[in-house]
Design a protein around this ligand. Structure first.
Ligand code: PLP
Ligand code: SF4
Length: 411
């Protein structure tokens, strides 16, 4: 009943690892797979084949399974599959029932709760899809969903309606229709491959898709969104990196939430991508009890820079059905950004954003550094709360070139 002790505050207080310990790079080790040959352990296909997908496996590996976890795992068959790579499983701290790694991938009963404002498609993606599996929300870029599979499944996944196909959504991307839409839509200059996780594909399949995209003249910029460097760093092989580098400019956005995910193995995998000239960004989801503190986030973003990854977005958790136990207040996210800005490297500070419910896209939300503003002056505060005044410049005092240009009757 360790769980009750912690939540009621009646027993051992949860241990807070120090900043130094959060920042340390460790290896995942072998844990229960000590007997497995190196060649198997380091083979990404072996890791995929040996994922933890059933309650029996979980009970064997996690002896102190909480009743909520057991019940949750029983129920996931109809929602979002369980899948945990042996590598990622080894990052779970067995002595901590609230382990931030464990809570991201081990199902819990709370996932079956549903608040009235929660949705199965919280970002209104389906309604912005001109063809299935292609989301065209912004003027110049599209989100290209290429698969419903991932190396492991995140319990708060915003696309759980289609990811893993547990809910019977029947997602079957039709690449021909998706590519055809991109080819006949010249304003699309940026294609973001996502899913699911595009790096579950073989090198050949991915290469074929990237070749098809590169054959479209107006597609300037390619990106891949993937959590594989975190769930399955073994997938980031020299062959994969050698293939990807032929498609530049190509950026990769990874998804990491907690400093413990940044292991020696992940750092090496990210280094291989960076050495292939691929700029790396990170997207995190703000998750209650997992990364909702300045200290954890500061360690995380600094560690990302050590892995040559620039923190890109921090998302407020979407209103996906069964995610209430993961959500924090927006205020918490603002506090975290305030606790980073000025206190650490500017490159380490992500943009905090809410993906507007129903389909408005990503809206940045920022602490208020502008205290007041009028035509004469802007009053600002710095990260320490000190107040400064900036005298406003006049953009269009006559005569001014922009003003003249606007006078069409002069022409
Ligand atoms: C996030 C997202 C993008 C990319 O947005 P950026 O701010 O350019 O990273 C594009 N399309 C959709 C539908 C998205 O959700
Ligand atoms: S890796 Fe991404 S798409 Fe896959 S389950 Fe996690 S959040 Fe969802």
């Amino acid at each position: 009943m360790l769980n009750d002790d912690v939540s009621s505050g009646g027993g051992e207080p949860p241990s807070h690892p120090s900043f130094e310990s959060l920042k340390a790079f460790r290896s995942a080790g072998r844990g229960p797979w000590a007997q497995v040959a190196d060649s198997d352990w380091n083979d990404w296909r072996w890791q995929m084949r040996h994922r933890i997908t059933t309650l029996e496996q979980l009970e064997r590996l996690l002896p102190a399974l909480a009743p909520e976890e057991r019940a949750g795992t029983d129920l996931v068959a109809a929602k979002l599959s369980m899948g945990i790579t042996p590598y990622f499983f080894n990052l779970i701290d067995l002595s901590d029932p609230l382990c931030p790694i464990r809570r991201q991938v081990v199902p819990r009963l709370e996932e079956t709760d549903r608040a009235p404002w929660e949705l199965t498609d919280p970002c209104g993606e389906d309604r912005h899809s001109p063809v299935p599996g292609l989301v065209h929300r912004y003027p110049d870029r599209v989100l290209f969903l290429v698969t419903n599979r991932c190396a492991s499944y995140c319990r708060y996944c915003t696309r759980s309606r289609l990811v893993s196909n547990a809910s019977g959504y029947g997602f079957h991307p039709d690449f021909e229709r998706q590519l055809d839409y991109i080819a006949r839509t010249p304003q699309v200059r940026d294609v973001l491959l996502s899913g699911g996780d595009p790096l579950v594909f073989s090198d050949d399949k991915l290469e074929h898709l990237l070749n098809r995209l590169r054959a479209i003249p107006h597609v300037e910029f390619l990106r891949i969104g993937t959590r594989i460097p975190i769930f399955l760093p073994q997938r980031i092989t020299p062959d994969l990196c050698g293939m990807l580098r032929r498609f530049h400019p190509l950026f990769v956005s990874i998804h990491s939430n907690h400093p413990h995910e940044l292991t020696i193995e992940a750092r090496e995998a990210l280094g291989r991508l960076a050495d292939a000239g691929i700029p790396l960004g990170n997207q995190s989801v703000l998750l209650r009890g997992i990364n909702d503190s300045v200290e954890v986030m500061r360690a995380h973003v600094q560690k990302l820079l050590l892995c040559r990854v620039r923190p890109y977005y921090l998302y407020q958790c979407d209103l996906i059905a069964g995610s209430a136990h993961f959500r924090t207040s927006v205020q918490k996210g603002l506090e975290i950004i305030e606790g980073l800005r000025g206190y650490t490297t500017g490159y380490a500070v992500p943009t905090f954003a809410i993906d507007a419910p129903g389909g408005g896209g990503k809206v940045p939300v920022s602490p208020d550094y502008v205290l007041s503003r009028n035509a004469e002056r802007v009053v600002i505060r710095n990260y320490e709360g000190k107040i400064f005044e900036y005298p406003e410049a006049l953009d269009c005092a006559a005569p001014c070139r922009a003003g003249q240009g606007a006078q069409s009757d002069w022409a």
